[in-house]
Design a protein around this ligand. Structure first.
Ligand SMILES: C[S@@+](CC[C@H](N)C(=O)[O-])C[C@H]1O[C@@H](n2cnc3c(N)ncnc32)[C@H](O)[C@@H]1O
Length: 309
């Protein structure tokens, strides 16, 4: 249960602080406050601490972050909401414009380790996977009510799973599927190709989580919002954990640093696009071997930084 689980360990702290370049008179938004790990590091690193707004879609995370930051005597405003509405939330709270925005995407340790949130094949619980528990659609509904073709499409596009069609067929045959353990067992029994290091259900669980939470659309929307929210010279720092997220971040930054976004081969530029960002990290930044050894969950992290022009 959540009370007995270790806190989420924030990843790439040094790289995040270097990327944000926070200053005492700056204003910052942590779009994925989670357990408040990065937020604590930011306000600790800068004296006197800057103004910081935290956002999270998960009401349990919001309550926990408020308690944790409050106990540490830290003044951080924490709001429940989606970073897809970053502009509205920041404006309503008087954080406008801001000098830095952080996205630390994905799932927190507490969400994964809490069986009752239904995120993980390693913890048995009712299939759920919602960040926002007031939302109607959950993984149980997707798994038990989606037509086979739709399920295969989700597993293929959001899980990049080569055996998507076979797995969807097996899932539909095994319905009703109530729990994470039951689903993981069905998938493990259906895969043909041996998996090397990862559990055979990893890609299916990733796909369902992305679909339940519309993660890719929300990420695109959140990144677009940063262009309005950031002050000139403000920094955007994004940590992603799988290739679909990273591709969206990379494409967004590539577009925003370009002076032309016409299709390749267009005879003349007609887009009228002006760059809004300058790249700070030319290549994706990965955690150090020391960090991945100390915190294996950091292994898949990829960080990118850009600055608002
Ligand atoms: C990896 S955790 C962040 C951990 C945090 N950086 C820390 O150090 O404790 C990702 C968080 O993003 C939240 N989240 C996911 N989608 C979101 C969205 N659309 N808007 C806001 N928060 C979201 C999740 O609920 C989760 O708490």
């Amino acid at each position: 249960m959540a009370g007995t689980v270790a806190l989420h360990q924030p990843v790439m702290i040094r790289e995040v602080l270097e990327g944000l370049r926070a200053r005492p008179d700056g204003v910052y938004v942590d779009c994925t406050i989670g357990d408040g790990g990065h937020a604590l590091e930011i306000v600790d690193a800068v004296r006197p601490p800057p103004r910081l707004l935290g956002i999270d879609l998960d009401s349990e995370a919001v309550a926990r972050a408020r308690r944790r930051l409050g106990r540490a005597g830290v003044q951080v405003e924490v709001v429940r909401g989606s970073y897809a509405a970053l502009g509205r939330i920041a404006r309503e709270r008087g954080f406008w414009p801001v000098d830095g925005v952080l996205f630390d995407l994905g799932v927190s340790t507490l969400q994964i380790e809490s069986g009752n949130r239904g995120f993980s094949f390693l913890r048995d619980g009712r299939l759920d996977m919602r960040f926002d528990v007031s939302q109607k659609l959950d993984a149980h509904a997707l798994v038990n009510r989606s037509p086979e073709r739709e399920l295969a499409g989700i597993i293929q596009t959001h899980g990049e799973e080569p055996e998507a069609r076979r797995l969807a067929r097996s899932i539909v045959r095994a319905r009703p599927i109530e729990t994470t353990e039951h689903l993981a067992g069905v998938v493990a029994g259906a895969v043909r190709r041996p998996r090397s290091k990862t559990h055979p259900a990893t890609r299916v669980f990733q796909a369902l989580r992305i679909a339940v939470n519309q993660e890719l659309d929300r990420l695109r929307a959140g990144l677009n919002e940063t262009i309005d929210v950031l002050a000139s010279g403000g920094r955007l720092v994004v940590i992603s954990y799988h290739s679909l997220e990273d591709r969206i971040v990379k494409d967004f930054m590539r577009r925003e640093v370009s002076s032309c976004i016409c299709p390749p081969g267009a005879p003349a530029c007609v887009c009228g696009h002006s760059p809004t960002l300058t790249p700070i990290t030319r290549k994706v930044v990965r955690p150090s071997p020391v960090e991945t050894q100390a915190n294996p969950r950091s292994r898949s992290a990829r960080l990118r930084v850009a600055e608002r022009i």
